[in-house]
Write a protein that binds this ligand. Structure first.
Ligand code: EPZ
Length: 434
């Protein structure tokens, strides 16, 4: 079992480069199922979730090769003849359900393990299934699996889905992505209203268009898709990871110094960057997609934050910015509107000396002068990153346990932080109870 040991209080300086976006790469890997030729993806992050999606694709009998040094992934979907995402993989990574849309679209049937809840909320897939139904599929749940297949009576010709108008109750990212991928090979036109607008959705649409799909309006709340009979293989570069960028911006705000973050796109992270600015941090962007954070002599100020689907404040950066707010004097308030259980990290942060109280879906943060190092655990990916940041700014030594969560989504996290001057070491040893 591995853990990080961090000796806090070091000033961070220098330049760091952001990797490809996890939440774009995983969907685009799933979308490669739709093509009738080889797909080459550049800027794919070497992280555990990508490894899991590689296994999902291999389970379907796709041929996959990952050059981890060059971050290039090749997927040949031609031999796919299995239409099932097994429990073992879905349990490990919920995003495995994103193969449902492409498999249903290409083969007219799919069987996927129902993911169940996780450490941040219930996270149902009802909106995905309602959308499949609108496109002409029949869904049933049997023995923990959802089975979807084209209904020959209401569906399209043979095994094809039929285009439809889908009105999402909530702009779910996963549902928008699964339904976009289902619709691109359906017969006729599909409209997705109240669609999610995240930049990763625009990236997925860009990839599908490069395969020959007809998609309009990705990045707005109304996406229109004209179904095609076939899509081709393609070459595509994954966009940079905004959440990783936000994590390094926060590390810089806590411990800089002067830091340049390359491949960090301000407009994809605007609300977050503006909140960082509102707190009094010196943050600016250059035209070459570099964000600079510099030490400021100004007194930092508390801020109020409400998480919302894009372009709102990203829920994935909520635990991360909480660390910064926990050391800014005054009262800051975070309201979590996307997930019902995303404050699990607060007790760990309080063990490091933070003063945060939870009231329903609000966290009331009374900024303290300093945090003090302690053994803590990572509850999930972003909570884990938050614990590392807390360790960087705390007095003394912090040990972060259960860091397999962090490995799921941050490429070379400790190496990148160490290159900026952090004292962080990865230790592999037997599990120690905290
Ligand atoms: C994506 O999850 C991301 N994951 C999450 O990032 C991110 O936190 C989340 O979007 C919100 O931005 C990936 O892209 C792999 P949703 P997703 O469907 O698609 C409810 C990270 O740390 N809902 O937009 O699962 C759901 O329960 C991860 O990188 C339904 O009720 O998010 C949640 O409350 C964690 N029914 C809300 O909508 C459904 O059918 C948002 O979920 C679908 C969703």
């Amino acid at each position: 079992m591995s853990r990080y040991i961090i000796n806090g209080g070091k000033t961070l300086n220098g330049k760091v480069k952001i990797s490809g976006a996890k939440n774009s790469a995983l969907k685009i890997m799933a979308a490669s199922i739709l093509g009738s030729g080889k797909v080459t993806l550049e800027n794919v992050p070497d992280i555990e979730d990508v490894n899991t999606m590689v296994q999902v694709l291999q389970t379907l009998n796709a041929a996959v090769e990952f050059d981890r040094e060059k971050n290039i992934l090749e997927i040949d979907p031609c031999a796919i003849d299995v239409c099932e995402a097994p429990y073992e993989l879905v349990r490990r990574m919920r995003a495995s359900v994103l193969v449902a849309g492409p498999l249903l679209s290409r083969f007219g049937r799919v069987k996927v393990a129902v993911p169940g809840g996780c450490n941040i909320g219930a996270r149902q897939i009802d909106l995905h299934l309602k959308g499949f139904e609108a496109l002409g599929a029949l869904n049933s749940i049997e023995h923990g699996y959802v089975i979807s297949s084209v209904d020959k009576n209401t569906g399209g010709d043979g095994q094809r889905l039929s285009g439809a108008t889908i009105n999402l109750d909530f702009p779910s990212r996963g549902a928008t992505e699964n339904l976009m991928m289902a619709a691109v090979l359906a017969k006729g036109d599909t409209i997705i209203n109240n669609a999610a607008r995240e930049t990763e959705i625009t990236d997925l649409a860009g990839f599908l268009v490069s395969m020959g799909a007809d998609i309009y309006g990705a990045g707005t709340d109304c996406i229109k898709i004209r179904g095609k009979k076939e899509l081709a293989g393609t070459k595509y570069r994954i966009m940079p990871d905004s959440i990783e960028a936000g994590t390094f911006i926060t590390a810089a705000a806590l411990c800089g110094g002067s830091i340049e973050i390359a491949d960090a796109i301000w407009k994809n992270l605007e609300i977050f960057c503006l909140k960082i600015k509102e707190a009094g941090i010196d943050i600016s962007s250059a035209s070459d997609n570099t964000i600079k954070v510099k030490k400021t002599a100004k007194k930092l100020k508390p801020v109020y934050i409400s998480t919302l689907p894009y372009p709102g404040f990203p829920t994935d950066l909520q635990p991360v910015i909480a660390v910064l707010l926990s050391v800014i004097p005054g009262i800051s308030i975070i309201t979590e509107n996307v997930f019902e259980n995303r404050f699990m990290y607060v007790e760990e942060l309080n063990r490091m000396g933070a003063n945060i109280k939870i009231d329903g879906h609000h966290a009331v943060i009374n900024g303290v002068e300093k945090l003090s190092g302690a053994p803590v655990k990572a509850f999930d990916l972003r909570a884990g990153a938050a614990m590392v940041l807390a360790g960087l700014v705390a007095d003394g030594t912090t040990e972060v346990y259960d860091i397999y969560h962090i490995k799921r989504g941050y490429e070379k996290f400790e190496k990148k932080l160490a290159s900026l001057g952090a004292d962080i070491n990865l230790v592999n040893d037997e599990y120690k109870h905290v």
